[in-house]
Write a protein that binds this ligand. Structure first.
Ligand code: MSP
Length: 504
């Protein structure tokens, strides 16, 4: 047991949230909830990135001020969090005055430490990424590899961060901490980038006004990425009024991000922290893209599945389940409404939902809801399971971790078929055998619910309440006789009469 600080990226407020943002938030939330179950003192941070060109340009296009657009969309992101059942402890906005002051403080320290200088810069720039692209990143006819829009040639007088000074220390960081970045192939990618030779990066922008002012030269604002990355640090200083959590939670145990922002997190970020004499995060986990029609789902590409629409139809738990089950966390994967419906039906309604209804109905029918206080069977299927699941979650291998639990859901459904309690119930001579079977089913169901509590918080809460065993402490995720005494009636966990999709 210890402290566990976990973050999502802070999302750009140039547009409304979409499934990609929901995805990262859900994954981080599952890990945060899992650690709370293990008794850790968790701080889970998410929020929005409000400055920079992506937001300034979107606001201009809509005839709004950047602040008005940021206010509007920040509210949408904030409102998304409870809809996803995200258990974030704070929601940061980079327009928070406390954040801005702290960014100025840290970046001034970096300057005082000798890592900032003024120079000229010219390069190919993508305003949607807010990033200069190196020659080998550029697509044919000067296009952004992510947004496929034409890059602009930008030239300006900027302050620079001496990233090049950190080449050796970064290589050492990766050598000393093979798990600093996961999955492994992403660490290799980051290391290859570092070994390819680091160039200094622009720390400020002179033309833009929508950002945090450079305190030593107020004609400039900080380049949005430095302002944004520092959110992970600044938030701790003001998230709880009257308290500074930095001491307690810094450095973070885990940053969860998508692969589009690997370079910033795996290269710039640790260098920036080193330049400020701050400890670097323990681990950064990089997941893949949710794809639709083979392309990254993205608002600017116009191929998005709206998480709120999905939640309205299937419920929050179904969304959380689907994105972590259907796409292997860490890899790219396609999502679609059809696949959603299929998973919902096969795994949630017919798998877990049906198991729960059957078990509870049988205990009520054959034993008046009283669960026999006898030793459960199926030890060989459950012994060691909780440890294995936790070990996988510790490596952020969420999909295989879930598969271990769903194997047990299927095992319990097979056990119902094998033992046929309805036949046992016909002959009083089988009463003892029926006791064991019912006790095993209820206890198996309870253990599965505790293990799934981080992914399906709503469903498992209902289920565990029905069993009169609401405790989700992870230590309780083993088969134990007598934990559940009495079961109540249970309404279907995953109703099958889902409303049809609204026409597009
Ligand atoms: N503001 C920056 C991040 C700053 S963090 C210090 C940014 N914002 S963003 O709104 O573009 O969000 C990017 C993140 O959203 C990705 O890294 C990923 O976590 C998530 N996703 C956005 N689209 C996604 C998919 N199509 N698939 C999976 N995740 C996606 O970059």
């Amino acid at each position: 047991m210890g402290s566990f600080y976990i973050t999502t990226p802070i999302y750009y407020v140039n547009a409304a949230p979409h499934m990609g943002h929901a995805y990262t938030t859900i994954a981080a939330d599952v890990i945060a909830r899992h650690h709370r179950q293990r008794g850790d003192d968790v701080f889970f941070l998410t929020g929005v990135d409000e400055h920079g060109e992506p937001v300034a340009n979107a606001a201009e296009a809509q005839g709004m001020t950047p602040q008005a657009l940021a206010d509007l969309n920040s509210e949408r992101f904030r409102a998304l969090m409870p809809r996803l059942n995200a258990s974030n402890d704070f929601f940061i906005r980079t327009t928070d005055p406390e954040h801005k002051a702290k960014v100025q403080e840290v970046l001034t320290r970096i300057k005082d430490n000798g890592f900032v200088y003024k120079d000229h810069y010219e390069g190919w720039y993508c305003p949607r990424c807010a990033d200069f692209k190196s020659e080998n990143e550029i697509e044919d006819s000067n296009r952004c590899p992510i947004h496929h829009i034409e890059l602009t040639r930008e030239q300006e007088e900027n302050y620079f961060f001496k990233l090049s000074a950190f080449q050796e220390r970064l290589e050492q960081l990766y050598a000393d901490n093979p798990d600093f970045v996961g999955p492994r192939h992403r660490a290799n990618e980051a290391l290859a980038f570092i070994k390819g030779g680091l160039q200094d990066v622009s720390l400020s922008r002179a033309k833009l006004t929508w950002g945090v002012e450079v305190p030593w030269d107020t004609e400039h604002v900080f380049y949005v990425w430095f302002d944004a990355l520092l959110n992970y640090y600044t938030a701790l200083s003001y998230a709880r009024p009257g308290e500074d959590l930095t001491e307690k939670f810094w450095p973070p145990q885990l940053h969860v991000i998508g692969k589009d922002i690997l370079k910033f997190h795996a290269v710039f970020w640790p260098a920036l922290l080193m330049a400020a004499d701050l400890p670097v995060p323990e681990r950064i986990y990089i997941h893949g893209y949710l794809l639709m029609d083979g392309e990254k789902m993205s608002k600017s590409l116009g191929n998005v599945l709206d998480p709120l629409v999905v939640i309205d139809r299937f419920g929050t738990d179904a969304l959380r389940h689907y994105v972590l089950r259907d796409v292997t966390f860490g890899q790219d994967g396609s999502v679609s409404t059809e696949a959603f419906e299929q998973r919902y039906e096969s795994e949630l309604a017919n798998g877990l939902g049906n198991l729960a209804s059957r078990c509870i109905a049988m205990v009520r029918k054959y034993r008046d809801g009283a669960v026999p206080a006898v030793q459960p069977e199926l030890r060989e299927d459950f012994d060691g399971l909780a440890g294995e699941v936790a070990a996988l979650i510790d490596r952020a291998e969420l999909t295989p971790a879930l598969e271990l639990v769903w194997e047990r859901v299927r095992r319990l459904n097979r056990y119902v078929e094998e033992t046929a309690p309805w036949t046992l119930a016909n002959d009083p001579a089988n009463a003892e055998r029926l006791d064991v079977v019912l006790a095993t089913l209820v206890e198996g169901l309870r253990v599965v619910a505790v293990l799934l509590a981080s992914v399906l918080p709503e469903t498992t809460e209902k289920l565990l309440a029905t069993l009169g065993a609401p405790d989700t402490a992870y230590a309780g995720a083993t088969l134990t006789a007598g934990t559940v005494a009495q079961v109540q009636a249970l309404a279907p966990l995953f109703p099958k009469d889902i409303p049809a999709a609204a026409p597009a």
